[in-house]
Design a protein. Structure first.
Length: 679
């Protein structure tokens, strides 16, 4: 008989096709961590005291329970702080931390399969006593294993819990011991976090002071503050400083204070033929007296500047300086560093142009020069000089015409020495460039607000600023006018038009500013038909401003700034919500505090010439109000009070009497003695 040949047992074939991961037992995936900007390339922004609410997707194979934690720390700390994340459902988790100091903070997410919580979850679902008894034996092993990692009182308590799971007692009592919250706390304190997964990136937060988020700016030219027969000086500005303080502004912003070039100086209304006494444009920086770290001799000395800075501070405001990186033809850098400028074919230096406009009195810097490192250091040194003189806020002129790497390096370098600096980007340019500058470190940004006039435009744009992706890094600063911008709306809207634009800027935006006294004195004549330049612009000549005129809007400005300070709902943009009102000439919106203790509702007439009426819908439940109870609408501009009922209420705004309501909602309160009042 033929013998059957026995087959050899199959061998396991170990593949060498690809290397194994360093640790293949990490079962948790972490995705979609928010907030983050460009996959963590740039930091988000918050101000000190604000929360960072973090969301993440965390999940694993199977059905076991996860533990997910938020890790966070300041740049000065070496150890991570931890906050346990709460499940939102569908594998989404959330937690928050508060930034409590200036500078950069970091955060990330970690998660692991939680062996004890998984066991406890199953124990809660079991109903058969035999199953429960077996499960308690498994739990005993987990608790004892944890006790071996603990010491002191925790170790003793864990051993007591372990014994309780197997003691001679009814299963229900032993089960209750297993579900005791104290046991869960002990396990959490000594969880080995076996095979924990950490999110692949550490994300960052730039924490600024409150002024980066909230403030009212007032711009004026010191050179127009003196007697009518001469150039104004810093020490002539006491009355103007007091004037701005009385209107409730937080920041005094000055155009460039440096020597003004004499070569190719511009005359009134941007002419090329100035008279001998014409002051020229402050943005044509540099002359024989110096450049960006020098002071115009007609304004005074460095000691006079320090006096001005201290007077601003004494009146409860901060000083902001304009930094414009461009040079007049007689700026010292032109002769000292000729390779920092571009040449025309005839060998002359190329002046600034934005065809068809020409700026013959300004030379732009060439950031592609071979000597770019020294150029960068010199420009960073300008900021550093004025920061050492106590300036903490800078409005930066045309940053979009300088390279992105320069700004990223400069702003980071300066913050290493001065964590409280604030930079406002004056970049009226394409949206992606505006957003890039904000990502690179500018704390605030000018916007397109000045040119958004209709209800549809304003609603869409303000919603984008407050709730779009840019909300994490781009803080808007809304300006209805600047020395360069006199919009058509202000030219033809009259007093009511200026009031409505001011109200929108001051209440839609936590930060806003005006160029005065041109704004409150209702300057509205353009240089020529169709232009947005002021006639007799202060950029090119001294102006005699009669700030005590009866028709001034100064009292209205003061009222708005007082309302802003007194109502925390207006200190943020994140809660902005537009309300339904059927008339397209009326716009309504609300802002609230997180606890709903402060609710502001604004209604603005966008038609500066005619009375407009409509029914505004107030989402009472969302604003913490009882829909069955009346409530008081306190108009803070007029100090008038209206009793409203229900969601729909009638408003009528005559622009001649006042184009806006700024209401504070007050709910009815009944005392124990049956006395009613509105809080």
């Amino acid at each position: 008989m033929q013998q059957t040949k026995r087959r050899a047992a199959p061998r396991v074939v170990l593949s060498e096709a690809a290397p194994l991961p360093e640790e293949g037992r990490r079962r948790v995936g972490i995705e979609s961590v928010q907030p983050q900007v460009d996959a963590g390339r740039f930091p988000i922004k918050r101000s000190v005291g604000e929360e960072v609410v973090v969301h993440a997707d965390a999940f694993a194979d199977g059905h076991e329970v996860l533990c997910c934690i938020l890790l966070h720390r300041s740049d000065e700390e070496t150890e991570w702080r931890e906050t346990r994340m709460e499940p939102l459902g569908n594998d989404r988790w959330t937690a928050a931390f508060r930034v409590t100091s200036l500078g950069t903070w970091h955060y990330t997410v970690a998660a692991w399969v939680d062996r004890f919580r998984s066991w406890r979850h199953d124990l809660e679902a079991r109903v058969d006593e035999d199953d429960i008894a077996v499960a308690l034996q498994v739990g005993h092993g987990i608790v004892m294993e944890t006790a071996r990692r603990a010491d002191g009182d925790d170790a003793r308590s864990l051993k007591e819990f372990a014994s309780a799971l197997l003691r001679e007692a009814p299963v229900s009592e032993r089960r209750a011991s297993a579900l005791d919250p104290e046991l869960q706390d002990l396990i959490d304190r000594h969880d080995p976090r076996t095979f924990a997964t950490r999110y692949a990136r550490v994300l960052s937060v730039l924490a600024d002071r409150e002024r980066a988020r909230f403030g009212a700016w007032y711009e004026f030219f010191p050179r127009s503050c003196g007697p009518t027969d001469r150039h104004g000086r810093f020490r002539d500005c006491e009355d103007r400083i007091v004037y701005a303080a009385e209107m409730g502004f937080d920041v005094i912003y000055l155009p460039p204070i440096h020597p003004v070039g004499r070569e190719r100086r511009k005359g009134p209304n941007n002419t090329l033929q100035p008279d001998p006494g014409d002051p020229g444009s402050p943005w044509a920086i540099g002359a024989a007296e110096g450049g960006h770290v020098a002071i115009h001799p007609e304004l005074g000395t460095l000691d006079d500047f320090r006096w001005f800075r201290d007077r601003v501070s004494a009146h409860g405001m901060e000083l902001a300086l304009d930094i414009a990186f461009q040079c007049a033809p007689d700026h010292p850098w032109v002769s000292e560093h000729p390779d920092w400028f571009r040449r025309r074919p005839d060998g002359s230096i190329q002046y600034a142009e934005n065809p068809p406009r020409k700026y013959e009195d300004i030379y732009p810097l060439d950031f592609e020069t071979a000597d770019w490192q020294n150029l960068w250091r010199a420009l960073e040194g300008v900021f550093r000089f004025w920061a050492n003189e106590g300036v903490r806020i800078f409005r930066v002129d045309n940053p979009h015409t300088k390279p992105f790497p320069f700004w990223e390096w400069t702003l980071a370098s300066l913050r290493e020495s001065f964590a409280d600096l604030i930079f406002l980007s004056e970049a009226f340019t394409r949206p992606r460039i505006m957003h890039r500058l904000a990502k690179l470190g500018f704390n605030q940004s000018y916007t397109y607000f000045a040119w958004r006039n209709t209800k549809k435009e304003l609603t869409a744009y303000a919603t984008e600023l407050a709730h779009g992706p840019g909300r994490e890094y781009m803080r808007p600063n809304l300006w209805p006018n600047t020395p360069d911008i006199l919009t058509q709306y202000l030219q033809f809207g009259g007093r009511a038009g200026s009031m409505s634009r001011l109200t929108l800027a001051a209440t839609l935006g936590a930060s806003y500013g005006v160029y005065g006294p041109a704004f409150e004195l209702l300057e509205h004549s353009p240089a020529r038909p169709g232009s947005e330049e002021y006639l007799d612009s202060e950029k090119y000549q001294l102006r005699d401003w009669r700030v005590d005129r009866e028709d001034s809007l100064r009292d209205y400005m003061a009222a708005l700034n007082r309302i802003r300070r007194d109502n925390p709902a207006l200190h943020h943009d994140s809660t902005l919500r537009f309300l339904s009102i059927e008339n397209p000439q009326l716009i309504a919106y609300a802002k609230v505090t997180a606890d709903l203790s402060n609710v502001i509702v604004c209604v603005v007439n966008l038609d500066p010439h005619h009375t407009q009426t409509g029914w505004v819908e107030v989402p009472l439940a969302d604003l913490g109000m009882d829909e069955q109870q009346p409530y008081q609408m306190h108009d803070l501009l007029r100090n008038a009070r209206y009793l409203w009922h229900g969601r729909h209420n009638y408003v009528s705004l005559d622009p001649a009497a006042g184009p806006a309501h700024v209401f504070r909602m007050r709910r009815r309160v009944r005392t124990e003695h049956d006395f009613e009042y509105y809080l």
